[in-house]
Design a protein around this ligand. Structure first.
Ligand code: ZN
Ligand code: ZN
Length: 193
């Protein structure tokens, strides 16, 4: 297991993802249009998305994530009122990750905040699944095509979340306060949603 430094593009926000390993999380590439819209909303599509519009995400327990510097720069948005809460830094719009709610101990950390370029395959393991290929841009290779979430990968992540809940790995949660609310008010991108 390895501790990975978290660092935004400008270096204001810093932190650590603890005990990272292929077993302690799940690495996926998501091609969904919402992940693409999030990166583009921040003006970070070019360095966040791969050539097919995919986002490299490591799903892990929020209790293993801490921010040591620049906590006041944490921001979040939702593309729609009830959508996924998507986190980024105010200083330089670096995508951080995606969360569901305080009661679901889960965060999908986005590669842009993880200072692990060149060692991701060793520390996180290879990509376990490519999901939502129906939203991919261009000619996605057939071996990366999955419509939606394959059932096996869905069950794996549900199983992991249950384990994290039982073992208390959901807290302390850097994204939610004691009251269960996000630590900052989510900006709703599409108010009419
Ligand atoms: Zn920054
Ligand atoms: Zn997605």
């Amino acid at each position: 297991m390895t501790d990975i430094t978290l660092k935004c593009a400008c270096g204001t926000v810093k932190g650590t993802a603890y005990d990272v390993s292929p077993e302690n999380g799940l690495r996926v590439v998501c091609y969904c249009d919402d992940c693409q819209a999030f990166a583009n909303e921040l003006g970070r599509g070019t360095d966040t998305l791969d050539e097919f519009g995919g986002t490299d995400i490591y799903q892990m327990a929020p209790g293993r994530v801490t921010f040591s510097e620049g906590n006041d720069q944490l921001r979040c948005l939702r593309l729609t009122k009830k959508g996924t809460t998507r986190w980024y830094t105010a200083c330089c719009n670096t995508p951080i990750g995606n969360t569901a709610s305080s009661s679901v101990p889960f965060v999908g950390m986005i590669h842009t905040i993880m200072d692990d370029e060149g060692i991701r395959d060793q520390t996180l393991g290879p990509v376990r699944s490519y999901v939502q290929g129906n939203h991919a841009i261009g000619d996605l290779p057939p071996e990366k095509y999955n419509k939606g979430f394959p059932i096996g990968i869905t069950l794996t992540i549900i199983w992991k979340i249950l384990g994290w809940k039982i073992s208390g790995k959901g807290s302390p949660d850097p994204f939610y306060g004691e009251d269960g609310r996000p630590v900052c008010k989510p900006k709703i991108v599409n108010e009419a949603s």
